[in-house]
Ligand binder design. Structure first.
Ligand code: MLT
Length: 305
């Protein structure tokens, strides 16, 4: 019997779809050959010598001690694309939330206490004016990071009638450009920020990207930028972001990574890392990760897709 240890948050429905007679899969398994995990921050001492491979049910691998794994010959997989649809849909929600006064309008109506229908109608009319928004069609979206998620987001934005500009700091333009030719290329981050009404981040948290949205980058941005971060919190320098919000350089920051400095700022909307949190994405990631491990253990294949 081969053994895979799982950590918290691995979808049980995903594992049901995976189930194989020759595998024992679960959280209590001793001496596993492989580990499958989602958000658990894995430490080196939690990786027994018996482990040959680890799969992250998600895109980022920053909860795995990669250098030590490489040093010890442990193969690390992620599950590219398995949660891309979930993130894409939440980016759409972020674009709409930052454009249409949805939250503000709901809070306004919720707070109305008027019993007289005529006065209530007047209040509604007031709200209708106060929370009028702008449309996405015709606006420019910058997509920073052109992996599976960024590409999905770029295609969705084109379908909405947006202009789309892409940039990826880690892969060459030629390698990245498996996108529609309707997506324009930016040579660098500053060039992208200067042209965009909205920017959405989809890069991993690596040395080249940590703090890349800093005061220098934000100084190139178009006034009134709306920035969406469903990638990783560390990519944005929060002090620089607060300064840019203060002067209106950034009109709205939507982040899937709450931090104390940002709490309470009414131009910031924070979510509890919901990007990949759908039933479907959790299942897809679990099944893809489990299959990658099996293919590696049985056939020695290292296929990160
Ligand atoms: C990812 O890296 O894809 C996300 O962090 C997935 C998750 O929420 O687990």
């Amino acid at each position: 019997m081969r053994k895979i240890r799982t950590y918290n948050q691995i979808s049980s429905r995903g594992l049901d779809r995976f189930s194989r007679d020759s595998y024992e899969v679960g959280s209590e398994i001793a001496q596993p050959e492989a580990i499958l995990l989602r958000s658990h921050k894995l430490t080196v001492d939690q990786i027994p010598d018996s482990v040959n491979a680890i799969a992250r049910a998600g895109a980022g691998v920053n909860n795995i001690p990669i250098d030590e794994c490489t040093h010890n010959g442990v193969v690390v997989f992620n599950t590219p694309g398995a949660n891309a649809n979930a993130v894409k849909e939440l980016v759409l929600a972020g674009l709409l939330l930052s454009s249409r006064g949805i939250c503000e309008g709901m809070q306004y109506v919720q707070a109305l206490t008027e019993n007289d229908p005529a006065i209530l109608n007047k209040e509604v009319e007031k709200g209708k004016k106060a929370y009028a928004g702008v449309e996405l069609t015709g606006k420019t979206l910058g997509v920073v990071g052109l992996g599976a998620i960024g590409a999905n987001v770029a295609n969705m934005a084109l379908e909405l009638g947006m202009e789309v500009i892409g940039y990826d700091p880690a892969i060459s333009v030629e390698a990245a450009w498996r996108l529609s030719s309707d997506v324009q290329r930016a040579e660098n981050l500053g060039a992208l920020l200067a042209k965009c009404d909205y920017v959405t981040l989809h890069v991993p948290a690596i040395e080249a990207t940590k703090g890349m949205i800093n005061s220098e980058a934000l100084s190139s941005a178009k006034q009134g930028l709306k920035l969406l971060n469903f990638a990783r919190g560390e990519i944005v320098d929060n002090d620089a972001m607060l300064a840019a919000l203060e002067v209106g350089k950034v009109a709205r920051y939507i982040s899937d990574f709450p931090s104390l400095e940002l709490l309470g700022n009414d131009k910031v909307s924070l979510l509890p890392h919901l990007g990949a949190s759908t039933v479907e994405a959790e299942e897809n990631c679990a099944i893809m990760g489990a299959n990658q491990l099996v293919d590696f253990l049985e056939n020695g294949n290292i296929k990160n897709s």
